[in-house]
Write a protein that binds this ligand. Structure first.
Ligand code: MLT
Length: 394
């Protein structure tokens, strides 16, 4: 019997688990420290009233034989898929219901989608990057080529024709850097993917934070994308569903590789390995897409956007370089005084009792940088920034 030895290529623990361990150890030694967490991108505002009401109603339905539901369709109920179809229509993107798959979040599907691809494929991944893209490919033993995101390219790497790739990952607005691609830049990526006969895996989990009309919210706003891209999205950040779990993946019928239709393959994979998102959760998600739900979610997002502004203003005041925060809930800052990512993590924790995410946790290129999230409460964000000014303002 052999295990999958590729797991030996992975870091000992997942980035956010390692941070959690470090913070718990510090808290144990310093029980009176009032730690503010701006590390993991987890939301703090409660679910919107429209989603709560819909889920209460769905719970009641489950209590009656006449309205009780057992197994649902693996790819999601049509009532939710129709709402998502309409949501895309507002962005001038036409999807058929079969192209929309309901999931328990973007993270799972970003990993699961790799079932469709041969292990010999070459993967192009930006660095720094959301660790899930890297780890899931390492688990499969695929060759990874990194494209450098840096201060020089505004943390938005562009394609290079000499680099051959079969699978390409893009995330815009980006996690971890908060940088956002423009329409023209995404067009270059789509054109490159088509020339390479590659599949573009586009993570749109933070699309709800885009305010700039020059930055697309979906890859399908770009000409030709339906023939090369799969899009992953989630209600985690749009509607505070990090604990409730619901997302969606778009696999266009026009996307064919090696003579096969990826939408059909994904359907086959999902019906075999997945039994769908709970009915109650899907009813909550449906309500998020109602007019009332959308307005309530937008209000929550506005609060987070205010936090991002507070963080950005503080960094401006301190003369610290950063990117993000404008069309994104993440701010990617340079560590002050030439500190490495982990040095700054410790310094910030010890001197300000504030937790962030060390840039190096997202890849080599992230060293010397640090991620702060705008998903904290307004009070905590404000207080964290006061502490930053006090400690690094001299
Ligand atoms: C993050 O902090 O990068 C995100 O919360 C991770 C995730 O969405 O899985």
């Amino acid at each position: 019997m052999r295990i999958n030895q590729k797991y030996r290529m992975l870091q000992e623990s997942y980035l956010f688990s390692s941070i959690q361990k470090k913070v718990s150890a510090y808290q144990e030694k310093n029980p009176s420290a009032e730690i503010i967490r701006l590390g993991i991108g987890d939301v703090t505002r409660p679910l919107c009233p429209a989603a709560i009401a819909a889920m209460h109603k769905a719970v009641d339905e489950m209590a009656e034989a006449a309205t009780f539901r057992g197994y649902g369709p693996e790819q999601g109920y049509d009532f939710l898929r129709t709402k998502i179809q309409q949501y895309y229509q507002k962005k001038n993107v036409r999807l058929s219901l079969e192209e929309i798959f309901i999931s328990d979040g973007a993270k799972s599907d970003l990993g699961n989608i790799l079932d469709l691809f041969a292990k010999e494929n070459r993967v192009l991944i930006p660095s720094p990057v959301y660790p899930v893209y890297v780890d899931t490919n390492l688990m499969d033993g695929r060759e990874i080529v990194y494209m450098e995101a840096s201060k020089d390219n505004g943390f938005l790497p562009m394609p290079c024709e000499d680099v051959k790739a079969d699978i390409i990952y893009l995330c815009s607005p980006n996690n971890p850097t908060g940088a956002v691609y423009t329409r023209a830049q995404l067009q270059k990526w789509v054109d490159y993917a088509i020339r390479q006969d590659a599949v573009l895996l586009f993570d749109a989990a933070y699309e709800a934070f885009i305010t700039d009309s020059g930055c697309p919210k979906s890859i399908y706003e770009i000409e030709g994308a339906e023939a090369c891209a799969i899009e992953f999205c989630s209600l985690s950040k749009t509607a505070g569903f990090t604990g409730t779990r619901c997302g969606y993946t778009i696999v266009p019928s026009a996307l064919k590789r090696d003579g096969d239709c990826l939408q059909k393959m994904w359907l086959r994979r999902q019906t075999t390995k997945f039994n769908g998102v709970p009915y109650i959760v899907q009813r909550g998600a449906e309500a998020v897409f109602s007019e009332e739900g959308m307005a309530q979610c937008r209000d929550n997002i506005k609060q987070y956007q205010k936090n991002a502004q507070v963080i950005a203003k503080t960094l401006d005041m301190l003369g610290i370089w950063y990117v993000g925060g404008e069309n994104s809930p993440y701010i990617w800052m340079e560590c002050p005084n030439g500190m490495s990512s982990w040095e700054f993590f410790d310094d910030l924790l010890e001197r300000a009792n504030v937790v962030g995410t060390p840039g190096i946790g997202f890849g080599e290129n992230g060293d010397g940088f640090f991620r702060l999230t705008a998903f904290g409460t307004q009070e905590a964000t404000q207080m964290a920034m006061e502490r930053l000014k006090e400690v690094y303002g001299k």
